[in-house]
Write a protein that binds this ligand. Structure first.
Ligand code: ATP
Ligand code: ATP
Ligand code: MG
Ligand code: MG
Lengths: 253, 253
């Protein structure tokens, strides 16, 4: 039986894609069977894993034209599979509005594949629209990446309210698994202040904070997760420690 | 007669808010009458200018319940006014879908205030949904902030196609004024490569590249534009030079 985790935060550029891809690759390396679902029309997770969103993508699955299992593709990591996104997913947010059970489409689509994976990770777009709501309805847990900067703090209240709304109306089992601090620069007062603020408000914040590391920003241009691109970089080491913490919380192997 | 400029890019965290606020404050200091419209439900421009989105906001204007002029508030800069955003703006994207002339609501709302300003700047959310389309329909020009990182490059094609679609179907006068390179770190190979790539593809790229500067990230927590928070920082000096270039291109005073 698999655990489904959504990586969500409407604030842009906080490390949602980098965290989803790095955790997915790290867990797959430890023998966990992982499916990464790219629910962002930017398709950044898809390209960060070296895949092209050319064939069927999540859009056709949400529109009911293709089964989830038929859209899944392999990646360079043996135990990591991908359900890719494509640009037309941007249209889904408007087209789905008038459909029945519009918030449940992703959950229903994943029913057919859950048995094949231990972990299903969903990369969300930077908004609280229908695609993110679909991810929160499909998910058992939510991980919130937070960049250690002031503007990223501001949106956390809005995000917490949205998670609560989804829990109350659409998915009673949804839980906040934890907050992940990203792009943390301990040399700046701002970084230290934001870290303290986040840890004070969210007891579920992971111990591991991800440092700012240019190798993490380079890896997507090579279509490789950080573990393959530069395993010894500070970013890779931090994500390894995060994966250990995360699998510990899930009591996975 | 005013010029309306939308600051748009669906990639998150590339510096849309920071650029809109810094250009608005810089132009106001030079005697230009400026209105900043915050079209992002995160309301980051609103808080970066030290305002609270408590009274009427853009949401009520788009819903037709309040005139644009009645929602405008003053800021600490005498010639800079703000049309604030609020959290309920997130609902507008779904609610407006079924309304008539849903893409023209912002343009119609600004008709009543255009005469009062020389420059109207619109901060967009990180998506290509209805709020961004409204901004592109209301605008005469578009400025695209691009972070000097690989993933920010990926989305430029999608954005260019969206601008073209809006020009072809909704706003024939819309033009790309230019691309602004942000968070540029000349010390990294990635930064230099992305800069070269952007300048090669977009001749309208501004000469001024904005360096990564922590003072820019600190300024919003004080509710002040960079010109007030730390006028001598590298970020402030770069935005001063960008404002000179921009006003030159617009042939404004
Ligand atoms: N720890 C880090 N150190 C340095 N750069 C990072 C780090 N994490 C992410 N980045 C880079 O910062 C940028 C933003 O990260 P990313 O795209 O993962 O955020 P996101 O939240 O998924 O963005 P969006 O809101 O657009 O989906 C990317 O260019 C990425 O490569
Ligand atoms: N040149 C810069 N140097 C350092 N930090 C910067 C710079 N420009 C912006 N920032 C910081 O980077 C983060 C992202 O910038 P900003 O919020 O302006 O981007 P955005 O595109 O408006 O994001 P969103 O997509 O969420 O609307 C913010 O924390 C901001 O303070
Ligand atoms: Mg992303
Ligand atoms: Mg913004």
């Amino acid at each position: 039986m698999s655990v489904v985790i959504a990586f969500a935060n409407q604030k842009g550029g906080v490390g949602k894609t980098t965290t989803t891809v790095s955790v997915a690759a790290g867990a797959a390396e430890r023998g966990v069977r992982v499916l990464l679902v790219d629910a962002d029309p930017q398709a950044n997770s898809t390209s960060a894993l070296g895949c092209r969103p050319d064939g069927g993508s999540l859009y056709e699955v949400l529109a009911g034209r293709r089964r989830g299992a038929d859209a899944v593709v392999a990646t360079a990591s043996p135990l990591l599979s991908l359900l890719p996104a494509s640009g037309d997913l941007a249209g889904a947010a408007v087209e789905l509005v008038a459909q029945t059970s519009r918030e449940h489409r992703l959950r229903l689509a994943l029913e057919g594949v859950r048995a094949d994976y231990d972990l299903i990770l969903i990369d969300c777009p930077p908004s609280l629209g229908l695609l993110t709501v679909n991810a929160l309805v499909a998910a058992d847990q939510v991980i919130v990446p937070v960049q250690c900067e002031y503007l990223a703090l501001e949106g956390l209240g809005q995000l917490a309210r949205t998670i609560e709304l989804v829990r109350a109306n659409l998915n009673p089992g949804l839980e906040l698994l934890g907050v992940v601090l990203t792009m943390f620069d301990a040399r700046t007062k701002l970084g230290r202040q934001v870290q303290q603020e986040v840890r004070r408000h969210f007891d579920s914040t992971f111990e591991t904070a991800i440092p700012r590391s240019v190798r993490l920003a380079e890896a997507p241009s090579h279509g490789q997760p950080i573990q393959i691109y530069d395993r010894r970089s500070p970013g890779a080491l931090a994500y390894e420690s995060l994966v250990d913490e995360l699998l510990g919380r899930l009591r996975l192997p």
